[in-house]
Design a protein around this ligand. Structure first.
Ligand SMILES: [Zn+2]
Ligand SMILES: [Zn+2]
Length: 345
């Protein structure tokens, strides 16, 4: 028997990808907290571009701020042309799962300077990158081989950053791979990832097939999937979230739950239980129209119901599942919930 959802603990709704005025977001960290709390969220990961900033002052009994940052890799196309015709960036979120982390060994001088120079366009936000941080990035804190340039997207650079991030106490998520024009072959560049986005409100057209490519590739054991707002402004907020199961709302408990994949992603449906017993799938969801069990070969089984108000599902797989299994539920409006993949055997 395989449980595709954790069956104990409290539920905490989380936004795991959000920007504030520290980089290019509209709201201050405190305002962002208030906006999410009003929707019932308990956790927000603050993932400003290139700048790790702690917001411990926002923590209280009902809210846990997670520290993080979003790092950019540039396509090699930028070496040939500073303005290539299509977006060619790969973004990765690093979220601190150890307490007290504020060292940032991957400063990117160009990106930091970009945000520090916001003064040309308006007031510099109080947490903007400090000049000494930019200088430190120029001097020595790069991990890339181009000391005066940014990080380039190649397998070695990506794997090095992920490995060093994990060693330092961060988990690494690949953001919006469709927006980044990543091919399925590019999945091979990644190793040691914790999660990948299957939904991103800001980039709007993410899918979950890149998640399957990474799961099939096998370099990222236990890989999870995320639905995120990538919140930059008001209309992004509350569109895609992570529902975490954990015993308590504190960093050790939430960090454990994240690392162990004790959560599911959603843009609408609620998942109450999902279980595979032999070749039978049993699940309980909010009202949905379609549920599917996905494996390494594709769809191993599905059930459709024009209007399943009860959300009780039971169906037999069409064939024996291969490699891994994950469950997807979709309602009549196309809103979707995804469990994390679970390796078989
Ligand atoms: Zn991004
Ligand atoms: Zn972002």
């Amino acid at each position: 028997m395989i449980d595709l959802l954790p069956n104990s603990g409290n539920e905490y709704q989380a936004c795991l990808h959000a920007h504030t005025a520290v980089s290019d977001g509209e709201f201050s960290p405190a305002t962002l907290k208030a906006r999410y709390q009003a929707l019932g969220y308990s956790v927000v990961a603050f993932t400003d571009h290139e700048l790790l900033r702690r917001h411990d002052e926002l923590a209280d009994d009902s809210f846990l701020p997670l520290a993080g940052l979003e790092v950019t890799f540039w396509s090699h196309a930028y070496e040939r042309d500073p303005r290539p015709p299509i977006i060619d960036q790969v973004h990765m979120n690093l979220i601190a799962v150890k307490p007290g982390l504020d060292a940032q060994p991957w400063l990117d001088a160009i990106q930091c300077a970009r945000y520090a120079n916001r003064g040309e366009r308006g007031p510099v936000p109080p947490n903007a990158c400090l000049p000494e941080e930019i200088e430190a990035a120029r001097q020595e804190k790069h991990i890339v081989e181009h000391p005066d340039k940014s990080r380039y997207f190649d397998a070695k650079t990506v794997r090095t950053l992920v490995r060093e991030a994990r060693e330092a106490g961060f988990i690494a998520a690949l953001n919006h791979p469709v927006w980044s024009h990543l091919s399925l072959a590019d999945a091979d560049a990644f190793e040691g990832l914790w999660a990948v986005e299957v939904y991103n409100r800001d980039s709007e057209h993410e899918r979950d097939d890149f998640y399957d490519s990474l799961l099939r590739g096998g370099r990222n054991p236990g890989l999870c999937c995320l639905a995120t707002d990538d919140a930059h402004c008001g209309y992004h907020i509350g569109c895609g979230w992570t529902m975490i199961r954990a015993p308590r709302l504190d960093l050790p408990s939430i960090a454990d739950a994240l690392e162990m994949g004790q959560f599911y992603a959603s843009t609408g449906p609620t998942l109450l239980s999902v279980r595979l017993e032999g070749d039978i799938v049993r699940a309980e969801t909010s009202p949905c129209a379609t549920v599917r069990l996905i494996d390494a070969k594709g769809v191993a089984g599905r059930q459709d119901a024009a209007d399943n108000e009860r959300g009780i599902w039971e169906f037999q797989l069409d064939r024996e599942p291969h490699g891994y299994v994950r469950f997807v539920a979709e309602d009549s409006k196309g809103k979707t919930a995804w469990t994390n993949g679970r390796k078989l055997g």
